[in-house]
Design a protein around this ligand. Structure first.
Ligand SMILES: Nc1ncnc2c1ncn2[C@@H]1O[C@H](COP(=O)(O)OP(=O)(O)OP(=O)(O)O)[C@@H](O)[C@H]1O
Length: 309
């Protein structure tokens, strides 16, 4: 079975609300795909339809080429964390996982493996009702990993995690993708996916905005700009603007320069006797790339594999 999620023309309405509107994308194996969009964009609804929990009005969602409901051993095909609170509060973490393993015909020895993978070893004997949100997220992830599935899907998994927890989650997602699994992870915050996702599927109002590699997106948003650091910012900006560059000051001593390459900037500043402490290729943040992508969009526009003009 191939490790993919294929969403084709998926649509869902709730009364007058169109939650998902003709959505098409593929989650490929061996990489982390970030599923990003503002609150209410339709991410959770899409994930519920992938798991067969909601019926689409149109389109299909396939896991490894089959609908989730037709899978005979679903936990071994797709591991998902959609709602971390869906655990009986009186149940101890290890017992919850044992029960899940038993109900799905999975070996009980796998329980201790996933407890360790999810970093829950110290808390496995505690009742889930006393867990913090972060601990419940970890328990949900342990459950998702129980069947050792080739496809994983997590809805807002870093929600409630502290910075250490977020770093841990990034590492886990990366290692799962590194093992060749397809990993789909949603977030309404672009910054949460920084350093964690290889590919992005962005949606707004239920529609696709972009389906693009993180590197490609950042390259486009960085736009060949150069970042200059200098204590003599005003003079530097005058020299560079005079040479035809577009210059933007930011921070206390930085200037972003468009229209000139690093060598030319160094030559111009050296020639004018303006000292500087650094010249480097400018790297846009994911947040900035997202803002640029959606900046002029009155209506969200579907773009596949490229940044909207
Ligand atoms: N069961 C439901 N009944 C009615 N409306 C719903 C239902 N589920 C979702 N919606 C609506 O569908 C739209 C998409 O919601 P959804 O939860 O899928 O978005 P989301 O991108 O996951 O948002 P968030 O980041 O807030 O979780 C919203 O307008 C929401 O109010």
């Amino acid at each position: 079975m191939d490790a993919t999620i294929e969403v084709r023309g998926l649509s869902k309405r709730y009364g007058p609300t169109t939650a998902v509107d003709g959505l098409t994308f593929t989650v490929a194996p061996g990489r982390v795909t970030g599923f990003v969009g503002p609150n209410g964009a339709g991410k959770s609804t899409t994930m519920r339809m992938i798991m067969g929990l909601d019926r689409p009005d149109a389109g299909t969602a396939l896991v490894g080429g089959r609908s989730y409901r037709s899978l005979r051993t679903p936990l071994c095909r797709l591991g998902a964390l959609l709602d971390a609170s869906a655990v009986h509060p009186a149940r101890r973490a290890r017992d919850h996982l044992r029960w899940l393993a038993h109900a799905n015909g999975l070996p009980v020895r796998r329980v201790d493996e996933v407890i360790e993978l999810a970093g829950l070893t110290g808390a496995a004997g505690r009742r889930a009702g006393g867990f913090s949100l972060g601990m419940r997220q970890r328990l949900g992830i342990a459950a998702a990993l129980l069947g050792d599935p080739p496809v994983l899907m997590f809805d807002e998994p870093v929600n409630g995690l502290d910075p250490d927890g977020i770093a841990w989650m990034r590492g886990l997602l990366r290692s799962l993708a590194g093992e060749g699994r397809a990993v789909l992870v949603s977030s309404h915050l672009m910054s949460e996916l920084e350093g964690g996702a290889d590919h992005l599927v962005m949606i707004g109002r239920g529609r696709l905005i972009a389906d693009i590699g993180v590197g490609e997106l950042l390259d486009a948003a960085s736009g060949g700009r150069v970042e200059l650091r200098t204590a003599r910012r005003q003079e530097a900006m005058t020299v560079l603007a005079h040479a035809g560059a577009t210059v933007t000051a930011h921070g206390t001593d930085a200037v972003t320069v468009a229209g000139l390459d690093s060598e030319r900037i160094i030559a111009l500043l050296t020639g004018a006797g303006v000292t500087f402490s650094g010249v480097a290729a400018y790297r846009a943040s994911l947040e900035e790339a997202y803002m640029e992508l959606t900046r002029d969009a009155v209506e969200f526009q579907a773009v596949t594999g490229r940044v909207a003009p």
